[in-house]
Design a protein around this ligand. Structure first.
Ligand SMILES: Cc1cc2nc3c(=O)[nH]c(=O)nc-3n(C[C@H](O)[C@H](O)[C@H](O)COP(=O)(O)OP(=O)(O)OC[C@H]3O[C@@H](n4cnc5c(N)ncnc54)[C@H](O)[C@@H]3O)c2cc1C
Length: 302
């Protein structure tokens, strides 16, 4: 359970007090506002606030005085055109503010996305919770043999059990020592800003993260991708579901022109044309290195 009963009650209180507004609202997003969507074993994402909807994108693109909507078909067509042609600034007119609870090693990857505003829980000021990410057994996997930056098959039997045991006992021992060091019971107590250095990278942190839709799509393209580490992908997948409800036209265009799309190099386009002309193109006569050829074949679904 990622939230205490008090935190859950606070969220329900917020949801029970709707306010009339002249601002644009997205019906799909209103249903998610404030609620926590669980991710991993103790994490969550929840929407704190948002600005705009699909119509706000077309409104900005047309620099319109009104709502910007000519017709639903027109709006979806325009959004798809904008996405297809990398006309990105209208997507920056929508924003989202999230509260995210995530393990520190996931936060290290996430924070590399610089085009967002972040405010993190202060472990100098506050005491961190005894919460550590422990993967489910199917995610306790061996080093990949083909990808240096990835995992392969799940570990089995005694080795899997030993790894899980190490992760759990080390986390608990580190937290016991953290608590013992900051305790002021019969001692001065080490400063929280120093004691935290003893905690492992699977400890959970929290932050508020605010980003515009263009940069959120960039984040999701990289982190909802199969090459991203499973743990950050779990958060990206949860965000994809939220965004699909918030701006359904823009999300569909994102799926078509970014998430499910592929970039072909000039060489790849040339090879594809030769293939369509009936030529037997192989890696040897393609001019591509082995790895790039493999990536090309994977795009072709071979
Ligand atoms: C699968 C995967 C593996 C990775 N492996 C590693 C790794 O091994 N080591 C590592 O260090 N990182 C790694 N990264 C992180 C990666 O290099 C990027 O830092 C991260 O994905 C953020 O992307 P970004 O800079 O495009 O995003 P943002 O910071 O959100 O920036 C968005 C865009 O804004 C522009 N921009 C932002 N800031 C600047 C700036 N200061 N100067 C110029 N342009 C700017 C760029 O066009 C950028 O693409 C990995 C990422 C992925 C997805």
């Amino acid at each position: 359970m990622p939230l205490t009963p008090e935190q859950q009650a606070e969220i329900e209180r917020q949801r029970a007090e709707p306010q009339p507004t002249l601002r644009v609202v997205s019906a799909g997003m209103e249903q998610h506002l404030y609620s926590a969507h669980p991710v991993l074993d103790h994490g969550f994402v929840r929407v704190i606030d948002y600005m705009g909807d699909d119509a706000a994108i077309t409104q900005a693109a047309r620099v319109s005085y009104g709502k910007g909507t000519r017709s639903v078909q027109n709006d979806e067509g325009l959004i798809r055109y904008l996405m297809r042609h990398w006309h990105s600034t209208p997507f920056e007119m929508c924003e989202i503010k999230l509260h995210v609870k995530l393990p520190v090693f996931v936060a290290r990857q996430w924070i590399r996305h610089r085009t967002a505003n972040v405010n993190e829980y202060s472990a100098r000021y506050s005491i961190l919770d005894r919460e550590f990410y422990i993967p489910t057994p199917d995610h306790v996997a061996a080093q990949s043999a083909v990808n240096n930056q990835g995992r392969g098959e799940a570990l089995e039997g005694e080795e899997a059990a030993r790894v899980l045991d190490i992760l759990k006992t080390d986390s608990m021992r580190c937290y016991d020592n953290y608590e013992a060091m900051i305790s002021q019971d019969g001692q001065q107590g080490l400063a929280r800003e120093l004691a935290r250095m003893n905690l492992p990278a699977n400890v959970y942190t929290q932050w508020y993260w605010k980003v515009d839709l263009h940069n959120l799509f960039h984040f999701l393209r990289l982190r909802a991708d199969a090459h991203a580490q499973y743990e950050i992908r779990a958060y990206a997948d949860a965000l994809c579901s939220l965004v699909a409800d918030w701006v359904p036209f823009a999300y569909r265009a994102f799926e078509d022109y970014r998430l499910g799309a592929a970039t072909l190099s000039a060489q790849m386009v040339d090879c594809l044309r030769r293939m369509l002309d009936g030529e037997a193109v192989t890696q040897e006569n393609s001019g591509m290195a082995a790895r790039e050829w493999r990536e090309f074949e994977s795009v072709l679904g071979r």
